[in-house]
Design a protein around this ligand. Structure first.
Ligand SMILES: Cc1cc2nc3c(=O)[nH]c(=O)nc-3n(C[C@H](O)[C@H](O)[C@H](O)COP(=O)(O)O)c2cc1C
Length: 356
């Protein structure tokens, strides 16, 4: 594979900087924004393989790909091979062009109820699921990819063994988050296991975990030899990180942070898209976390967040954001550079809630 071309099946991606699936965050409006701002690829939030939930509003919103740029990648989660195969077929019928299997979620509820990284503990079942999903997707010409962690626990770091088996089962790309299931989001991601996976298989490997700047992206690519990097939490409230990383990888130069006026425009458009998907009642509530992330490192951001959280109406929320960024633009031209941001606490709470 050349350093500039990245393929999944017949899809050629624009670059090697991907947006991570994040339940409750990477809905269609946010994914489309990430793509527009430079992400070469974006995976949907996971969709359960439990059929009885497919009709729920939550799942149907997650399966909404209206206007989304190809390739449309849908992540599925479950513990039963036949159900996972059916979920793959169901999502392909609804527009999925790539199916991603979730073996990366650490949250307890997922491990008890469904699957996620719990599957890494049961290698025969993990393999059975991979084979069943590949068999279901192959007749449609849909590639199947898989996202996992480095292992179940420190002494059961089995990503390399599994990677070889998944490749044999026909999985076409592997993403590895450099933490074990036991770690949750604690500690730091390690990249040695990702490098070992990359050295073992010949399908593309994507490195994930704690990539939060252009320099870190380059370091992780160099350390792992991976074909791409995937960014999750660092894109919350900073979706332009994708173009910053892509530009740096391509040229070695750092882009200037975006103008406040541009971010005002992007965020207001993001909100409009968000309200259109969720409706007024849910829209105003689910938009709060996004707005909070955008303003967290800005002057007066915490006060604004507290005021904004009390607003119960989309129009008033939109206007408050427009006014806040309008006033901010009078104080500063550009957003703070990544290097000037305070490191935020890991969003453990939210990650756990999101899987409920
Ligand atoms: C709020 C939240 C939701 C997540 N949801 C998913 C998910 O649905 N599927 C998945 O494979 N990983 C999920 N993850 C894990 C991320 O895709 C990613 O592997 C992890 O956050 C590490 O990358 P980062 O350090 O760049 O954030 C989620 C993470 C967060 C913080």
């Amino acid at each position: 594979m050349s350093s500039t071309t990245f393929r999944i099946g017949s899809f050629v991606l624009d670059n090697r900087v991907f947006a991570a699936p994040m339940a409750g965050v990477t809905d269609r409006p946010f994914r489309m924004l990430c793509r527009k701002l430079g992400a070469g690829y974006a995976v949907s939030e996971m969709v359960t393989s439990r059929k009885e939930l497919w009709g729920t509003l939550k799942t149907s919103r997650r399966a909404d790909h209206d206007g989304e740029q190809a390739p449309i990648a849908v992540q599925i989660a479950g513990t039963d091979a036949a159900m996972m195969a059916e979920a793959a077929r169901y999502n392909i019928e609804r527009g999925a062009q790539i199916i991603d299997i979730n073996m990366g979620c650490p949250a307890k509820k997922v491990c008890n109820k469904w699957a996620g990284s719990a599957l890494m503990r049961d290698e025969p079942l993990a393999l059975e699921i991979a084979e069943a999903v590949v068999a279901a997707a192959a007749p449609e010409g849909v590639p199947v990819t898989l996202k996992m962690r480095t292992g179940w626990s420190d002494d059961r770091r089995n990503a390399v063994v599994l990677a070889r088996r998944f490749e044999g089962a026909g999985i076409q790309m592997l993403t590895v988050h450099g933490r074990t299931r036991e770690q949750g989001y604690k500690g730091s991601a390690e990249y040695r296991t990702i490098a070992a996976v990359k050295a073992t298989v010949s399908i593309p490997v994507v490195a994930n975990g704690d990539v939060d700047s252009p320099e870190k992206a380059r370091q992780v690519l160099a350390e792992t030899g991976a074909d791409a990097v995937m960014i999750g939490r660092a894109a919350q409230g900073r979706p332009w990180i994708f173009r910053e990383v892509a530009h740096y990888l391509a040229t070695g130069d750092l882009l200037a942070p975006p103008l406040v006026a541009e971010v005002r425009r992007l965020l207001l458009a993001h909100l409009e898209d968000h309200y259109a998907l969720y409706g007024d009642f849910s829209g105003v509530r689910t938009a709060r976390k996004h707005i909070g992330w955008y303003v967290r490192s800005l002057p007066g951001g915490e006060d604004f967040r507290a005021r904004m959280n009390a607003i119960e109406d989309c129009k008033a929320q939109w206007q408050a954001v427009a006014d806040y960024f309008g006033q901010l633009g009078e104080q500063m031209d550009r957003m703070p550079a990544i290097a000037d941001l305070q490191p935020g606490a890991p969003d453990d709470e939210l990650a756990t809630d999101a899987f409920a």
